[in-house]
Design a protein around this ligand. Sequence first.
Ligand code: ATR
Length: 274
Amino acid sequence: MAGPPLAVGLIGYPVEHSLSPAFQQAAFDALGIPARYELWPTPPESLDERFRALRAPGVLGANVTVPHKRAAFARVDHVAERAQRAGAVNTVVNRGGTLYGDNTDVPGFLAPLRERGVPLAELVVVVLGAGGAARGILVALGEAGCRQVVVANRTPERARELAAAFGAVASSLDHRLASHLTRAGLLVNATSVGWDGVSLPLDAALLEALPATALVYDLTYHDTPFLQAARRRGLETIDGLGMLVHQGAESFRLWTGQEPPLAVMWQAALAARR
Ligand code: ATR
């Protein structure tokens, strides 16, 4: 007789608009794993309780999203090195009541670039933003060993702090960024600007400074005005859906020990984004 289904879910606040349930459930179903991927909306005052519940038998673990990626750190028993460096846990695995924290945003960010054969080690990369998302990108770019990384942020102090922690160069987001953009092979938007479908993280005129071969990558998993402006300029673009699917696939691998069915996950994510 089959036992109760295994549970895994998304801890965040809010979580209602997430695509993760759609493509994670599709992956479990495709492999015949009797697990349910649930939404676990968790206000900060309930976080301890939620993490206690993760230790129960039958719970595989969780994904963690805004605003708890940093707080998750202190609530797991072991933290993977890349999660330590990113200062954020986005995946928790329950192994017999012991919680392991990892950060699959790091390989998730790199996967679409590797799929395209982007020669990261040769490139100057400009990262817009200096918050939690940008920090994860700097860990990934460090692993890839880029020629140089430039961090540009609205609040210069945060750019300086992040750049110093990762041996990168700090810049403002204004016209002074142009001198870095002229050398850039990859420009990444890791700010929170673009979800509204209207705003850009920098003056679109600055995109003119990029070489014609530069690639523009936005972590937002929708098309954004930033990506649209880059395409009008004739540049190749990548949106954040690939990163979302790949970070989820790596979480799936950690929970199940099985090869994630990537094509199934892609299909389900694309269908859910519509
Ligand atoms: P996340 O964890 O998603 O990175 P965050 O830590 O709040 O969220 O960081 C948001 C990033 O988007 C920051 O780099 C922020 O710039 P500041 O450090 O100056 O706040 C950037 N950001 C948010 N709104 C912005 C805007 N209107 N223009 C430019 N950058 C913006």
